[in-house]
Design a protein around this ligand. Structure first.
Ligand SMILES: Cc1cc2nc3c(=O)[nH]c(=O)nc-3n(C[C@H](O)[C@H](O)[C@H](O)COP(=O)(O)O)c2cc1C
Length: 238
């Protein structure tokens, strides 16, 4: 599970992205072709990522009508939706585009019809995509210490891949910025653990997003991360 070729370009993208809701325009055809190719690679293990242009987004999003829909089989773990969806986000950002994950900001009736949703499938989230004047990267996130029990200095002492992975995971987006995860990091592993939050509807998707960021960080230092799902979260070995 969670097998995916991680593009080296995504290592920078994690530190460039932030949610955009007001776009200047939709992506160009050539950009949609690149994203469309990636969607095919992301569509397996019970997940299908599909691009649409047209109605479906609510008015919280202005200036683009392009969005990706993450369709999931009902028996897949929600972390996979986040993992594959965030790969598309990071690729879009690498192309100079901007995005916004949406759990509430889309019309389910239109989207479900567009994807011809089957009884054994669901859509939790879509991702709006377009061009924008990218806002300054200024994420409001929990501190390193709150996140993993180690301050930045101690984390650096633990090792370079650990520092890269946690730094990247720390800036992952989540619904209402709840950051429903804790991170445990050792010599050889990094675990994204479940953290109880007030509104947990998207917590699984959020953790998958965080896992992709952690994997991208570890891969940027030559590691080859693999994931295993456990009772209280997911563990990455490098
Ligand atoms: C699973 C998920 C669902 C989200 N749903 C919405 C939404 O319905 N409407 C919205 O405006 N933003 C939504 N967001 C965006 C978050 O509010 C945003 O990622 C978070 O506040 C962190 O800000 P940043 O992405 O700019 O770093 C969602 C994000 C995630 C990951």
């Amino acid at each position: 599970m969670f097998e995916l070729n991680l593009s080296p370009a995504w290592a920078d993208a994690v530190f460039k992205r932030s949610s955009v809701r007001r776009f200047l325009e939709a992506p160009q055809k050539s950009e949609l072709e690149v994203l469309g190719q990636l969607c095919k690679k992301l569509s397996w293990q019970g997940i299908s990522v599909r691009l649409f242009k047209g109605p479906g987004l609510k008015s919280v999003i202005k200036g683009t009508d392009v969005y990706a829909v993450i369709v999931a089989k009902n028996n897949t773990v929600p972390e996979l939706e986040g993992y594959m969806g965030e790969a598309l986000v990071l690729e879009a950002v690498s192309l100079g585009l901007d995005t916004c994950w949406l759990g509430a900001g889309f019309h389910p009736d239109i989207v479900n019809k567009n994807v011809n949703l089957q009884n054994d499938e669901h859509v939790n989230c879509v991702i709006a995509i377009g061009k924008a004047n990218r806002p300054e990267f200024n994420p409001k996130r929990r501190s390193f210490e709150q996140l993993c029990g180690l301050d930045e200095k101690k984390l650096k002492e633990l090792g370079p891949w650990q520092y890269a992975a946690v730094s990247s995971a720390r800036v992952a987006p989540s619904a209402i910025n709840m950051q429903p995860w804790n991170i445990e990091v050792t010599e050889t592993t990094l675990s994204v653990l479940n953290k109880r939050v007030l509104i947990g509807k998207y917590a699984g998707v959020d953790r998958g997003i965080c896992m992709l960021h952690a994997a991208v960080g570890a891969a940027s230092l030559g590691r080859n991360p693999t994931w295993k799902k456990g009772e209280d979260g997911c563990q990455m070995r490098v």
